[in-house]
Each structure stands twice: as structure tokens, then as C-alpha cells.
Ligand binder design. Structure first.
Ligand code: NAD
Length: 419
């Protein structure tokens, strides 16, 4: 079935706009419109009842121009190749924007992780790892968590990869549990990056985060953590949504309790006990009367059809690709500021890079050091994007894509084209 919004086309569209503004000819960036490698795998898994079920998975390497490919693995029942291609492309752009020496990749397994047992999930994760083994490794392509996957699953990936190698290879995957080489600070890095992006935006606008009313869509690793950290800065989380629906509370929801219920225990918001709060739809949350909206669920949530009803003047994209090109144009006309995904949610891959460096050097940094380095890298990238947008009179999204594109094109020019 053809989707209404093809995320890969949307990624290429924005890249084309950035190239046009920079007057970069298509011949200079055409490799970025075509992923380097696309692998589709099918593998059998023995289910708990003894039956054999086939699963489908993907690994797409978009660009290895600037270093080993890097990107998470999504476990979702509707994921398809176009979505994985777009996510891989955004990883190339994100790594180039924050200037870390990685290319971009993404992987996925078509399954609802909540519909299989824990033991089945482990066998699916291990079989998927074995199926994509020819592509991955510490010096070629390093997976990490994404929607529907978590640190425990990264541990299974590391163990499976290491079993094939015959020795422990912690640098093969990031977002692992700390006990097997994961980095301190990685668990909350993406949410912390969202907080830093929001704080920098407010600073540039001469405003304070404290007292701000916030709506968050998605209460997983990114949204749940961002909500908790924003509440810690004095923000009021007045609206929140997950896949089960939304919740509104003018006085503010208890973000710690929300995090414990939805993020840590992975329970649904519909079962969250919130006295004084009103149940509402996901759309109501996206359109809530707030100062700051954090979409942190999936792509294509803020569409052209919804855009003129979105009331938040400031949007910080925790998710990848939550805003369609059409909605983005509408937000620009409405004078909204949108901190784009490749900047706002880069905290995860930045600390994944630190994890990989620690693994390769057999080092362990303390959390304060990791957070300080994350802060510095995020602020440097934010500043570059802000200055570019101001100088060019364009949106923050175009400015971020321009900065990333310039680095990628420059790398390609220096390396040349083989043969
Ligand atoms: P997660 O699986 O931990 O959580 C996803 C959340 O989104 C859940 O609360 C789920 O209920 C909710 N959700 C799903 N579909 C929804 C819908 N239709 N309406 C409302 N809510 C819905 O995933 P995550 O790791 O938090 O990732 C969320 C987004 O952030 C994704 O776009 C992902 O690619 C991006 N991201 C994640 C990381 C990371 O480190 N985990 C890093 C960068 C970007």
C-alpha cells in the first residue's frame, strides 16, 4: 500500500531546497539521494508454542562518507523500507550537522514487540542480528535503540555479534546496559538533548523555560525523558499523549509519575491514574494551547491538514520526521519556530558516539563529563543553525539541512569519486 506521505521523498525534498539555497548543483549531492546499501532480510523464529513464524527486517546504510554508518533499530508492525531509508538519511544529516565522524544507517524489524513474549523477542533480536551480520560491526555500521527497542535488546545484539566474532565486541552496538560497556548518560541523552534544544531556543528568544506550558506526544525514551527533565526546569507538562490516547491537566501532570508508568514500565497512558486530568485524543494534545510542543512519537504526525490548528508557537522535534513538508511550510507562514529533528534529537547519537569511543579505548567516563560534552556539542550545533537561519532568513530546518549538506558535500569532494 502506498503511503500518503513518503518520508524518504520528504527527506529528499528538504535536501533539494537546502541545496538550492546554497547553490550546490545536483551533481555534487546526488549520492545523498540514493542510499549506499539496502538489505531486506526474512528469518524464521521458533515461537513459545513450538510453531515457526517468519519475520521481515531491514538495514539501510545511507552514507558512509564521513565514517562508519550509525543508526537505531526500530521494532514496529507497520515499518517499511521507505521509512527505514528516510530514517537512515536523517542519520547521515544529523551526524554531519553535529559534526561527529559517523555516516547514517537505520534498521527495523516488522513486529509489534508488545505482542510477543520476552523469550520470543530475544530470539527475534538475535536472529535479526545474525541476518544483518554481513553489514554491521564497530568499524562499519553500529546499531542503537529506536522505537520499540531498548538497552536489554542492544545487549542481545552485542552478545550475538560477539559470539560470531569469538570475542567480546562492545563497540558493535550502542545504547547497551552500562554493565556491558554502555555509556553513563546514554539512557537519557536524547531527552536531555531535547531539553538543551528547547532551552537554547528560549534563550535566543530572550525567554525563560521555567513556567512554560508544554505538550508532549510520545512517552517513550525520548518524550518521557524530555517531559521529566523539562518539568525539572520548572515547566508544566499540561498535555501528554501516547499511542493509547491523550491526557490534559491545566495544573500540570506529574512528570515523574508519568515517566515511571509510561517510560520505565512501558505501560499505556490510558491506564495512568491522574486525578484532575481530562482524557482527550492524540490530536487534541498536538493542538493544545501551550507554549511548547514536543512531538516525540513517529513521523508524519503534524500534517498539512492539522497544521493551522496547532497552537503552540514553538515546536521542538523529539521524533524523526514528525512534521510533513506541507505542515512545515504552514508553520513558517504562521511564524512558528520549529527546531528540526536532526538538531533537536541529536543527543542520542552524540552520546552513542561517546559510548563507541569509550568502547574502542576501553575507557569509562563519568556521567558529569558525558553530559558536559553533550551540552557543548548540542549548543555549538544550535548556534550554527540559529546563525545560518538568521543570516539566510530561512527556517531552522533549512538552516540545519544546509549545514549538514555542506559538510557531506565537502567530504565527498575531498574523498573524490571511486574509481
Ligand atoms: P519508544 O518506543 O521508547 O516510545 C515511542 C512512544 O511513542 C510511545 O510512548 C508510544 O506509545 C508513542 N506512540 C507511538 N505511536 C503513536 C501515535 N500514533 N500517537 C501517539 N503516540 C504514539 O521510542 P523512542 O525511542 O522514544 O523514539 C521516539 C521518536 O524519537 C522516534 O521518532 C525515534 O526515531 C526518535 N529518536 C529516538 C532516539 C533514541 O535514542 N531512542 C534518538 C533519536 C530520535
Amino acid at each position: 500500500m502506498k503511503r500518503q506521505y513518503n518520508p524518504y521523498d520528504q527527506m529528499c525534498d528538504v535536501l533539494g531546497q537546502a541545496a538550492q539555497l546554497l547553490e550546490i548543483p545536483q551533481s555534487d549531492y546526488i549520492p545523498l539521494l540514493y542510499p549506499e546499501r539496502e538489505l531486506k532480510v526474512s528469518f524464521p523464529v521458533r515461537m513459545d508454542d513450538g510453531s515457526i513464524r517468519m519475520f521481515e527486517g531491514y538495514r539501510v546504510q545511507h552514507s558512509s562518507a564521513r565514517g562508519p554508518c550509525k543508526g537505531g533499530i526500530r521494532f514496529h508492525p507497520q515499518v517499511d523500507l521507505d521509512e527505514v531509508k528516510a530514517l537512515a538519511g536523517w542519520m547521515s544529516l544529523k551526524c554531519a550537522l553535529v559534526d561527529i565522524p559517523f555516516g547514517g544507517a537505520k534498521g527495523a524489524v516488522r513486529v509489534d514487540p508488545g505482542s510477543v513474549s520476552h523469550a520470543e523477542l530475544e530470539r527475534i533480536t538475535r536472529s535479526y542480528t545474525a541476518s544483518v551480520l554481513p553489514l554491521i560491526g564497530p568499524e562499519r555500521d553500529i546499531p542503537a535503540p529506536d522505537v520499540g527497542s531498548n538497552p536489554e535488546m542492544m545487549g542481545w545484539i552485542m552478545d550475538t555479534f560477539s559470539a560470531f566474532r569469538g570475542y567480546a565486541a562492545p563497540g558493535a552496538v550502542t545504547g547497551k546496559p552500562v554493565g556491558i560497556g554502555g555509556s553513563l548518560g546514554r539512557g537519557e541523552a536524547t531527552g536531555r538533548g531535547v531539553l538543551i534544544a528547547a532551552r537554547e531556543l528560549f534563550k535566543k528568544l530572550g525567554r525563560q523555560l521555567s513556567g512554560t506550558r508544554v505538550a508532549v506526544q510520545g512517552l517513550g525514551n525520548v518524550g518521557g525523558t524530555a517531559a521529566r527533565l523539562l518539568a525539572g526546569e520548572g515547566c508544566r507538562i499540561v498535555a501528554a499523549a501516547d499511542v493509547s490516547g491523550g491526557l490534559f491537566c491545566a495544573d500540570g501532570l506529574d512528570a515523574e509519575a508519568l515517566y515511571a508508568h509510561c517510560t520505565e514500565k512501558r505501560r499505556f497512558l490510558k491506564d495512568f491514574d491522574a486525578p484532575g486530568a481530562v482524557r482527550c485524543s492524540v490530536e487534541d494534545v498536538l493542538c493544545a494551547d501551550v507554549d511548547l510542543l514536543i512531538p516525540a512519537a513517529l513521523e508524519n504526525q503534524l500534517t498539512g491538514a492539522l497544521a493551522d490548528r496547532v497552537r503552540a508557537p514553538l515546536i521542538v522535534e523529539g521524533a524523526n520526521g514528525p512534521t510533513t513538508v506541507e505542515a512545515d511550510a504552514c508553520f513558517a507562514r504562521m511564524g512558528k519556530y520549529v527546531v528540526p529533528d536532526i538538531l533537536a534529537n541529536a543527543g542520542g547519537v552524540i552520546v552513542s558516539y561517546y559510548e563507541w569511543v569509550q568502547n574502542l579505548q576501553t575507557l569509562m567516563w563519568d556521567e558529569k563529563q558525558v553530559n558536559a560534552m553533550l551540552e557543548k556539542t548540542m549548543c555549538r550545533a544550535f548556534d550554527e543553525v540559529w546563525r545560518t537561519a538568521a543570516g539566510r532568513g530561512c527556517s531552522l530546518r533549512l538552516a540545519a539541512n544546509m549545514a549538514a549538506l555542506q559538510r557531506l558535500v565537502q567530504t565527498r569532494k575531498i574523498r573524490g569519486i571511486f574509481p
